[in-house]
Design a protein around this ligand. Structure first.
Ligand code: V0V
Length: 137
């Protein structure tokens, strides 16, 4: 099952500018930053409670024009792109949702932030929301 909201992903054209905006405007702190070549993103996790267990905000900037985030920005401009839930077992959670008739984007989990394992539900099968499942490292 789903344990809690892990993070909310926001598509941004420029990661450094977005980080500066979130720090300066909302006082959020960057707790992690990495490049994920497979997903075609440079991403940063920011938090209101850097030492607590609260949900993170994931700022996502495109590495390549053919990436998911680049396509999203072309179509919608910057904004909310995904809602991610923490799960204990991403294979089991994916199988349970498949059994309920939802399309998972990947047959096998892929690598997400900080060594996590991730999969996604197609937004057309989840009320227009790109839902991510995250099994933390
Ligand atoms: C597309 N659609 C969305 C959407 N992206 N709806 C809600 N939220 C989104 N983010 C709608 C779009 O408006 C179309 O609706 C329809 O879906 C198109 O579906 P499609 O042609 O099958 O696919 P694409 O080419 O638009 O791609 C959408 C998907 C793609 C979701 C398949 O973005 C994808 O593979 N995403 C998963 C990977 C990802 O997002 N990576 C970046 C984050 P109409 O116009 O037909 O009504 S990486 C990450 O999260 C990491 C590293 C992490 O968390 O650790």
């Amino acid at each position: 099952g789903l344990l809690r909201v892990d993070h909310v992903g926001i598509a941004v054209p420029d990661l450094d500018e977005a980080l500066a905006f979130y720090e300066r405007t909302f006082g959020l702190r960057c707790v992690h930053e990495e490049t994920n070549e497979e997903q075609g993103v440079r991403e940063a996790m920011v938090a209101a409670d850097p030492d607590g267990g609260g949900a993170r905000i994931q700022l996502l900037a495109p590495l390549r024009p053919d990436s998911a985030i680049a396509k999203f920005l072309d179509r919608n401009g910057p904004g909310l792109q995904q809602l991610a839930y923490t799960v204990r077992d991403v294979e089991a959670a994916s199988a349970a949702l498949r059994a309920r008739g939802l399309r998972l984007l990947y047959d096998e989990p892929r690598r997400g932030t900080a060594g996590s394992r991730i999969n996604f539900v197609h937004p057309k099968d989840a009320g227009g929301v790109l839902v991510e499942l995250v099994q933390p490292a």
